[in-house]
Design a protein around this ligand. Structure first.
Ligand code: IMP
Length: 430
């Protein structure tokens, strides 16, 4: 297996957890490089379901190193709770198996308080954030008033930094008529977990360099999806990090050439949680059916996901702007039983035809999909483990997607179980 970056090519929830798990059986190291506990990766292994938010998916396999890179925003309480949960499910998490970058930024309670307060203030125009304080923590990082993991080792400096950070946030809270936060409370919150957190902390970039030099295989695990990217997504209805594979190098502390292959995880239809443009959304019986069959409820917030047809224009754009070499097509079985299937091949906006999604939020809201219709199939694809087991119409659907998105389908997933996977390209083997 080469060093692979796995990223979502739609709006997240494409089924990355399972694919990362399939690939991590070949990898030695699994690295998260952006996002935080807004992510939700579900892994089903031997009948046990693991719901991971912040921990890299490698944690479910003994003998792998899991790294939380500097590009991730880390809520220390959420991290320790997650470690506790997976330990109670029988997994081992030690400072040998988990490495937290010392230069990762922390999410403090002030960030989730502000995230939720800002969402409330937006009223009908809310972004539909996960309320986890992700955006606020990234804002503080970029504004150079953030607190990092390494600061926990220096309590005096930490105190000063918290005071400075609160100078900013308390002005805003005061302006909203809300109660100011006390630096002492935030300090105590962090000090109560600092020893535990520091046990996992280390120089991640150096360790990754050593692992790479030793010929170890590294898997970079993206969170969210391409169209939630702060630059390439449906701004402002996006998350606050770069979700593209290009961000893996900066967010892990490695050079871009370390990534040999970018795999875009792609659902055979489209879903989105939260607010924002979604041209192929089906607010009708088809959308309901996709949602029910696909169990489309968020892993992190439990929110019902919006559902719609496959959008080849979006995925092609993700492939071009994200450097995706091939896709893993997931949840094909959810399409079983539809008489016909629609695929979006272009948009009509104010009478003009587009072969891409323009950047303007106003234009995106007006984008009317241009569809191609394909025959569906009545047979089940659930659990198929070879191409030969797929009905002819399903094979045609997959082949047509490949043509439209201008990239090959490298993997096909037909159920949440890791073995129900069809490997179409042997790209990951030396
Ligand atoms: P935030 O990341 O909590 O700031 O939320 C910003 C937007 O990204 C919202 O629309 C969220 O629903 C969406 N989002 C964040 N994380 C995920 C994810 O892991 N899957 C899908 N959507 C997500």
């Amino acid at each position: 297996m080469a060093n692979v970056a796995v990223i979502g090519s739609q709006w997240g929830d494409e089924g990355k957890g399972k694919i990362v798990d399939v690939l991590s059986s070949e990898a030695d190291v699994v690295v998260r490089f952006q996002g935080g506990h807004n992510a939700g990766h579900t892994l089903v292994i031997d009948g046990t379901t693991y719901k991971l938010h912040l921990l890299p998916s490698g944690i479910v396999r003994p003998g792998k190193l899991s790294v939380i890179g500097n590009g991730v925003v880390v809520d220390p309480h959420a991290l320790l709770n997650e470690i506790k949960t997976v330990k109670s499910q029988g997994l081992e998490v030690t400072h040998d198996s988990l490495l937290l970058a010392e230069n990762a930024s922390l999410i403090l309670s002030v960030h989730s308080i502000m995230d939720q307060a800002m969402e409330e203030a937006r009223g009908a125009k809310k972004l539909g954030t996960t309320g986890r304080g992700i955006g606020l923590a990234y804002e503080d990082k970029v504004a150079r008033r953030g607190i990092r993991v390494c600061d926990l080792a220096y309590p005096d400096v930490l105190k000063e930094k918290i005071e400075k950070m609160l100078d900013h946030h308390n002005i805003l809270l005061k302006g909203w008529g809300a109660q100011a936060l006390s630096a002492e409370t935030l300090y105590e919150e962090l000090m109560s977990v600092s020893d535990e957190i520091l046990k996992y902390s280390g120089v991640a970039w150096k360790r990754l360099d050593e692992e790479h030099k030793a010929g170890k295989k590294i898997l970079f695990e993206g969170a969210q999806g391409h169209f939630l990217d702060i630059d390439h997504g449906t701004y402002p209805y996006v998350t606050s990090s770069n979700t593209v594979a290009g961000s893996a190098a900066a967010g892990a502390g490695v050079g871009p050439k370390m990534i040999d292959y970018v795999l875009g995880i792609t659902k055979a239809y489209t879903t989105r949680v939260g607010t924002g443009p979604f041209p192929t959304e089906q607010e009708n019986a088809d959308g309901e059916m996709l949602g029910q069959r696909g169990h489309e409820f968020g892993t992190t917030t439990g929110r019902k996901r919006r559902c719609g047809w496959f959008d080849a224009v979006l995925v092609r754009q993700a492939i071009k702007t994200g450097g995706i070499d091939g896709i893993a097509l997931t949840k094909l079985d959810v399409l079983d039983g539809f008489d016909e299937l629609k695929i979006c091949v272009g948009y009509e906006i104010d009478g003009e035809t587009f072969d891409h999604l323009p950047a303007s939020c106003a234009a995106q809201a007006k984008a009317k999909p241009i569809y191609e219709t394909m025959p569906g199939w009545s047979e089940t694809t659930y659990g198929a483990r070879s191409y030969a087991q797929l009905p002819a119409a399903a094979v045609k659907y997959v082949k047509h997607i490949e043509e439209l998105i201008e990239a090959p389908v490298a993997l096909l997933s037909t159920s949440p179980e890791r073995d129900d996977t069809i490997l179409m390209q042997d790209l990951f083997i030396d």
